[in-house]
Write a protein of this length. Structure first.
Length: 181
């Protein structure tokens, strides 16, 4: 394996750990918006680590990095599909001082620019919701709890193999330990 490939694999591994520990095993309960169909495009919520990982793999993008943003209630992720095929990934978020949900990112495979028709469908879908009634109360950055059982499940084999819990990888999850990976 070449160094570039090794670094990319390590980054994907770290992102997956952060995603799983940030979200835990439960799906995101409040996706802010409802699934729907506009002009033949289906808007499907990405509510779990499995959904997000599958979309990231299929679309070859960096969705796995959004765990902390989802946990802090800063973003929601959606898959846009046509005839069952993925065509784009949508990130909805409050932008700058805007208190309403907006399109923050809309990209095709490998983060290419999504076609104009997809942007139009996404705007129609978004604005079909009663945006004033959507609560998007953000958590202060760094205050979303990390999932203890997920942390322990991930690291237990390592701790057992080493026959100890190292100081840099504590039993209880911490943002400091997560960021140091």
């Amino acid at each position: 394996m070449q160094i570039g490939s090794a670094l990319a694999a390590a980054d994907t591994w770290r992102s997956m750990i952060a995603l799983h520990v940030s979200l835990g095993p439960q799906p995101i309960a409040d996706m802010w918006l409802q699934p729907g169909r506009v002009d033949g495009y289906d808007f499907m919520p990405l509510t779990s680590t499995a959904d997000i990982s599958e979309e990231a793999e299929a679309m070859q993008n960096c969705l796995r990095n959004y765990g902390p943003y989802l946990a802090h209630n800063r973003s929601r992720l959606w898959s846009i599909r046509r005839c069952g095929q993925r065509v784009a990934t949508l990130r909805v978020a409050a932008r700058f001082d805007d208190p309403l949900p907006a399109i923050a990112e809309l990209n095709g495979v490998r983060n290419t620019v999504a076609p104009r028709e997809v942007w139009w469908a996404a705007r129609q879908w978004l604005h079909a919701h009663d945006l004033l009634r959507i609560e998007m109360a953000q958590r202060k950055w760094g205050t979303a709890p990390l999932d203890h059982p997920t942390w322990r499940a991930i690291w237990r084999p390592y701790w057992l193999a080493k026959r100890r819990i190292p100081e840099w990888l504590p039993f209880a999850p911490s943002r400091k330990a997560l960021d140091a990976l």
